[in-house]
Design a protein. Structure first.
Length: 462
């Protein structure tokens, strides 16, 4: 039950409300009871003053304290209130009829205070009483009017009961209200939940409805939709990658199968078998290269993970190692390769294998797409804290329209020609990825028939 946000919200709400209501009721009760007691004292005081002035009038007429007392007590009767007349020592001189059954001994301390201040209220036993001197000089005695404390206490008890019932009723009503409000405000979450559950690989392009993009739930739905955008994009990317990869693998496999079927079709000469095997070896080599490239690209998602062995290394060494390897290719092709590096070491944190692969891919392309007699150069320089590797050639160049796509996977400007040269269109996408995982970037500028220049910029340590 407590797993429901709606119930938890309602319970929290009810607890906070109950606490506030209780504090409110308590304070109101305290204030009300103080007023009740004050009113009782006030009322007793006015009653006792009426008694005293009536007494004084009678005393002036009768000139006898006893007679005046009797007249006053018979004339003035108050239901539920007892009138007492006492002498200066507190002995009863007379009392109203209804007070016959009760014996009140007013302590002399109270009489003294009543005398001194000409008025005193006090509680004696279960009676509240107001005492006033019968004459201003305090010679005759005192008049006292008393009332049971329970008169007020009963009222307060009733008030407590009403408060208790009121708090309960309000709490119950408010909790129901809170429960329905919580249900109403959480309604869109349930809708989002249902909509999200319906989204699967088959309908990855569906999105959640957004009623108000500015409120919290709208912003949550927007975030989920953005997540779905990214998921859909990467899922499509994966699908495209798999489709492209299988397509690339299909051609050499078809050649392998076709060639071996033809060779096995009928008995052939040694020379023919040899030629078939050479073709098979070439295609197998192409396959290995593609598979190797695919392996490198498959590492992409683990960017930043231990698979990337970053350590301080000298880019000068990387360049000269790669130039040495490319020199073999350049010699075979009759292309002149020149290397230029800065005298002091350019150090950066990187994965040596990946960086070598990056430079080799660029050099390999440069030699591949440069006709015999052309020139290829690789230069390492330093530019405002960045290491810059430039691989330039005087080869066939890349048409302007194709330049934005050369870093895409499986993209080749001239498919047939590039395949002949052994490429599957993965080399530059690997270069671009390696530059990116080293927080760098690669750019190209090229003129058809004049040559291409690839520039890799990497943040260097020093
Ligand atoms: P590939 O394996 O086919 O060389 P890349 O990703 O390395 O694939 O290159 C993609 C395409 O970019 C190549 O097919 C080629 O058309 C073009 N390209 C790359 N480097 C050069 C270059 N130095 N000169 C001319 N064209 C190039």
């Amino acid at each position: 039950m407590f797993d429901s946000v709606r119930i938890r919200l309602t319970l929290w709400y009810a607890c906070v409300l109950a606490l506030s209501l209780m504090v409110f009721a308590f304070l109101l009760y305290k204030a009300t009871s103080a007023v009740f007691y004050e009113r009782q004292d006030e009322s007793l005081r006015s009653t006792v003053k009426t008694v005293v002035s009536a007494y004084q009038e009678e005393f002036e007429e009768q000139q006898s304290a006893q007679k005046a007392g009797q007249v006053v007590l018979t004339e003035l009767t108050f239901p539920d209130r007892y009138v007492l007349l006492v002498d200066n020592d507190g002995h009863s001189m007379a009392s109203s009829k209804n007070a016959s059954g009760i014996a009140v001994n007013i302590p002399s301390s109270i009489l003294k205070e009543a005398h001194d201040r000409s008025f005193k209220v006090a509680t004696i036993g279960d009676l509240r009483l107001a005492v006033v001197p019968l004459s201003p000089d305090g010679q005759i005695g005192f008049a006292a009017v008393a009332e049971h404390v329970s008169v007020i206490d009963d009222g307060l008890r009733q008030l407590r009961r009403d408060f208790f019932a009121g708090v309960l009723v309000v709490l119950l009503l408010a909790s129901f209200g809170g429960f329905f409000l919580a249900r109403k405000s959480l309604g869109p979450v349930a809708v989002m939940n249902r909509q999200t559950q319906r989204i699967s690989v088959e309908n990855l392009s569906s999105r959640l409805d957004i009623t108000n993009p500015r409120d919290e739930l709208g912003s949550l739905a927007t975030t989920i939709n953005e997540l779905l955008d990214r998921l859909e994009h990467s899922f499509k990317e994966q699908q495209r990658f798999i489709a492209d990869a299988s397509h690339e693998l299909r051609t050499p496999l078809a050649v392998l199968r076709g060639e071996s079927e033809v060779a096995l079709d009928k008995p052939r000469t040694i020379r023919e078998y040899e030629q078939s095997l050479i073709l098979v070896r070439e295609e197998a080599e192409r396959l290995s290269r593609i598979v190797e490239d695919l392996f490198v690209l498959a590492r992409q998602p683990v960017e930043g993970s231990p698979a990337l062995l970053k350590q301080p290394l000298s880019l000068n060494d990387v360049i000269s190692d790669c130039a040495r390897a490319a020199q073999v290719l350049a010699n075979q092709k009759g292309v002149q390769l020149t290397t230029q590096t800065v005298p002091d070491a350019v150090v950066l944190n990187g994965d040596e294998d990946l960086l070598k692969r990056m430079v080799l891919n660029l050099l390999d392309n440069a030699v591949k797409f440069t006709p015999s007699g052309g020139e290829v150069s690789v230069t390492l320089s330093r530019q405002n804290g960045h290491a810059r590797i430039t691989v330039a050639d005087t080869g066939v160049g890349i048409p302007k329209v194709a330049q934005p796509y050369v870093f895409d996977r499986f993209y080749r400007v001239d498919k047939a020609r590039s395949r002949e040269l052994g490429g599957a269109g993965l080399g530059l996408s690997i270069v671009s990825w390696i530059a990116a995982v080293h927080e760098g970037k690669v750019t190209v500028s090229s003129e058809p028939d004049q040559g291409s220049t690839f520039i890799v910029e990497l943040p260097a340590n020093g």
